[in-house]
Design a protein around this ligand. Sequence first.
Ligand code: TXA
Ligand code: MG
Length: 361
Amino acid sequence: MKTEIVSAVRAERAFSGDQADDPSQTGATALVRARFSEGCAKAIKLLREGKVVALPTETVYGLAADAFNPDAVAKIFEAKERPRFDPLIVHLPNRKVLDEIAIVDSPIASQLIEKFWPGPLTIVFRKCDVVPDIVTAGLKTVAVRMSAHPVFSEIVSALDRPLAAPSANRFGCVSPTTSQHVLDELDGRIPLIVDGGAAEHGIESTIVRIVNGVIEVLRRGAIPEEMLHPFGEVRERTPASVILAPGQLLSHYAPKTRLIMVKRLQDFRATPGRRTGTLSLSPVAEIGPRSSPRPTTAATTADFAAVRYLSERGDLREAAANLFRVLRELDAENLDLIVAERVPEGGIGAAINDRLERAST
Ligand code: TXA
Ligand code: MG
């Protein structure tokens, strides 16, 4: 199968209608916006035919199929080589469809929806029978979100049906944040990738469920836990506890190169002869280029085959958006080891550390 990448940018065609005969309009060109871009139009057609298509979302690129069509959903599992026991997130065209596929019986859930949708918050509900078992891997619950990405929302609205969409990477690999990443992972396996530029958040949605009035975080993500506090008690499901979502496997975001996490990069000594790369939030004293005179024992940039920062200015949002791209870049450097320094835990830092921890298992 040939995989095509098509831009989601709307073509602006020159229009020569009546104005062409109107001398006052000489030289003027009326610009007509096509209703859908070529990318969106192709995606809508393929999705209607039961095919899978990679689409941009505000978090990471997703691999979408009609959630009500089990054969189409099966193609997602095939393309990703994803085990069938790992359930998918369903993306809604609008709030109304939620009541058709899930039972919303918690006022907290309604408040979270009001506040965060469309956006990077996924909520797990009891599911209705219309949702095929293949989508939820046989679970009685369904994970639902509504994407804020204009391209995704345009396509899902045009279809007026929910789309099942996991991240558009092969199972166990790092999530794609650009159309090129998707191509690297799924070339030849899917017909179309709609290019909508680099993903804004760069990290997946936060997944929660409401249990007895408590908000349980099943996966840390683009909505920091602090933002959930106004809505009730928040409890974290640690990865060590029962795997509720079979997909919450520890080694879920793994680069091919071995990765270890450290508290302070300055304390790490590279083994001579081993190609070691470093990953940190911003330039680290001693090893970064801004280092001033350093103790002779401290590591220096020269000790490392590759040195990467998630955000030169130490901004955690920017760091999240860069994380998966930088991991891919380091993975391409032929290193023996990647040493990643923990970032501060506040806000989205928690989700970044979570992804790094999983990458290190
Ligand atoms: O940002 C995102 O959430 C991206 C974009 C494409 O929307 N999607 C995404 O999907 O990250 P995926 O499949 O890569 O991760 C979804 C996670 C999986 O770990 C899965 O096990 C969990 O959600 N999940 C799905 N249904 C669930 C359910 N009913 N209960 C608990 N966890 C569920
Ligand atoms: Mg994924």
